[in-house]
Every structure is written in C-alpha cells, then in structure tokens.
Design a binder for this molecule. Structure first.
Ligand SMILES: NC(=O)c1ccc[n+]([C@@H]2O[C@H](COP(=O)([O-])OP(=O)(O)OC[C@H]3O[C@@H](n4cnc5c(N)ncnc54)[C@H](OP(=O)(O)O)[C@@H]3O)[C@@H](O)[C@H]2O)c1
Length: 305
C-alpha cells in the first residue's frame, strides 16, 4: 500500500511487457489507474492510438490523470530499422504530442527510454553524460527524450536496460527468446560474447516507477533524466548458460559466438549508473537467476514453453 491514494495514474503501453506488471502493481495499490493499449486493448484497457493526437487529448480530458507513465513504443531495434518513418511517428511524434498535451494540462509525465542512447565506449554512464546512439531506435528514443524534457521542466525520463518479465511467449523479450534455440535443436547454441548486458526484471521496474510517482506528481524528482540498472553483467552466452537448464537443456550447449552480431548496431557495453535512484532508496533488483526463472515459469504456465 502507498500513502498517495488520491493520485490518478494514466499509463500508455499498458498491454506491454512492462505495462502489465505496472498495471497490476497499481491496481493492488490505492492509486487510481487507467491504462491505454492498442492491438491488445480490452479487459479494462482503453483502446487509444497514441499516434492520433486528437484521440490522446480526448483520453486525457476524460481520465484527468495527475501523472502519466509513457511506455508505448516500438522497442525492437531491428524492426525500427526496417521502417524508421513509421517507428518515428510512434516513438518521436506521438511522444512529443503527448508530452505537450500533458504539459498543457499540468500532468507530469515520465517517459521510458533506453541505455541505447549511449555508444558504449565509456561505460558506466551518468544521466548527464554525452549521448551517441548507434541505431535508429536509440536516435528515436533520444529525440523522444528531448521532446519530453522540452515540453515541461516537470516531465522526467527514466532510462533502463533490456528487460524480461512475466509473459505468454518467449519472443516478447530479447532475454527469454534466448531459450528458443535450446528448444529447437539438440546441438551447441552459439551465443554472442562481445556485448555485455545488464538485464532487468519488469516487475522490479514497475516497483521503481511506482516509487517515483509521488515525486513525479509533486514536481520534486531530481532530473530531468534518471537511470535504473541492475549491476550484474552478462553476455548472451552467460544468460544462455543460466537459461538452458531452466528449459531442460545442458548449460554446456551455450557456446561462445565470437562473430560480430547481425542486425541493427548495438553498443558493446552500457552500464547505467543510477545515483539518483540509489540516493532515493528506490533501487529494486531481483538477482537474474531468480528473475529469469520466474519469467520462464510464467511463460510455461501460459503455455508458451
Ligand atoms: N523491452 C525492453 O527490453 C526495453 C528496454 C529499454 C527500454 N524499453 C522501453 O520501455 C518501454 C516499455 O517497453 P515494453 O517492452 O513494455 O514494450 P512492448 O512490450 O513492446 O509494448 C509496447 C506497447 O506499446 C503499445 N503501442 C504500440 N503502438 C501503439 C499505438 N499506435 N497506440 C497505442 N499504443 C501502442 C502496445 O500496445 P498493443 O500491444 O496493445 O498494440 C504495447 O502496449 C518502451 O518505451 C521501450 O522503448 C524497453
């Protein structure tokens, strides 16, 4: 239970990997919450196309939120690269319109961004360090950040690394999808050892975001940019060694792939330093071994494994 029962929270992307645990946590608290989704709307989620500013404004006027958590996005760098114009409309244009509409209504917004705004050459990164995205997704998120911080001094950006969480399918996260190759073959599974990641657990992120809401509503959060990241570094091969036995495979089947990864360029190593969240006591980190076991268990229960 929290001590802010009067805050109404609106959430875009409420049907997504992070939106679902966030909505569940808010529903268990005494916040009032309204979630918007698109193709997976229904079941209590409003169907709003956030690339339609008029629809967004009508939704804001109906919901009258105190704060808005903006999660809706195209978050897959390879999909983004295939059609950047369409993805930019969602990640940049819709974000800008939403941030402006929220500012006009004195609704403070928090925007989820990514460690991919950095190039990975001088990790760890503080929130004010120089950005230099390596792919279209990172550039789009950086433009979204600028739109958000430019629209209101009370809006905030929360950068996070790749995450996984409860789901119906392995494919919903670039972490859980690593299990797929162990299931689809019997042989060695080559996995990247060049890039280091700091995978987070979506329900932990939900706790962090809920912890930020009173400060966001009151305009007292430090910022405008905040970082959240676990500390444990993993290559995909490292993750594969842990994931393999959880899906009935030998850890030894996860072997080093030394070749440059295919697809959109990604930084080799971006550790987000989190001075503000640490100072506020808002870090929530479930160890990876435990978190990935819970994510895979949820997928198994949903029949996706
Ligand atoms: N996943 C990661 O590893 C990761 C890492 C760093 C940062 N982030 C950021 O964290 C945020 C949440 O990511 P996530 O993984 O939870 O996302 P996700 O699972 O891919 O979900 C995307 C959400 O956006 C909604 N959406 C897409 N197009 C829309 C439209 N036109 N109108 C309204 N809603 C639309 C989707 O709704 P429907 O599904 O109902 O269509 C869905 O709820 C994103 O901003 C992402 O960039 C993610």
């Amino acid at each position: 239970m929290n001590s802010n029962p009067t805050i109404t929270v609106a959430v875009t992307g409420a049907s997504g990997l992070l939106g679902r645990p966030l909505l569940a946590l808010l529903a268990d608290s005494r916040y009032r919450v309204r979630g918007a989704a698109w193709s997976r709307a229904g079941g209590g989620l409003d169907r709003i196309d956030i690339t339609d500013p008029a629809a967004v404004d009508a939704w804001l006027d109906e919901v009258k939120p105190d704060v808005l958590v903006h999660l809706a996005a195209e978050r897959r760098p390879d999909v983004y690269a295939e059609d950047p114009e369409t993805a930019d409309r969602l990640n940049i244009d819709a974000t800008e319109a939403l941030a402006t509409s929220c500012a006009a209504r004195e609704v403070n917004l928090i925007f989820l961004s990514t460690n991919y705004v950095f190039d990975g050459t001088s990790s760890p990164y503080l929130p004010d360090d120089a950005t230099n995205p390596l792919n279209d997704y990172g550039w789009g998120k950086l433009a979204g950040e600028h739109a958000v911080t430019g629209a209101s001094g009370r809006h905030r950006v929360l950068r996070v690394p790749m995450f996984h969480g409860p789901s119906e399918s392995l494919e919903e996260s670039s972490v859980t999808v690593l299990a797929r190759a162990f299931l689809d073959s019997d042989g060695p599974v080559p996995l990247d050892v060049r890039q280091t990641r700091y995978p987070a657990y979506a329900p932990d992120l939900a706790v962090v975001i809920v912890g930020l809401l009173p400060g966001l509503a009151g305009g007292s959060l430090p910022g405008p940019i905040l970082h959240f990241s676990p500390d444990e570094p993993f290559t995909k091969r490292d993750m594969g060694e842990i994931i393999a036995p959880l899906v009935g495979a030998e850890s030894a089947r996860a072997v080093a792939d030394e070749r440059p990864p295919s697809g959109a360029a990604r930084p080799e190593k971006v550790k987000l330093a989190c001075p503000n969240l640490e100072a506020m006591g808002l870090m929530k980190i479930t160890p990876f071994r435990e978190a990935i076991r819970m994510s895979l268990e949820s997928i198994r229960e949903a029949g996706g494994l």
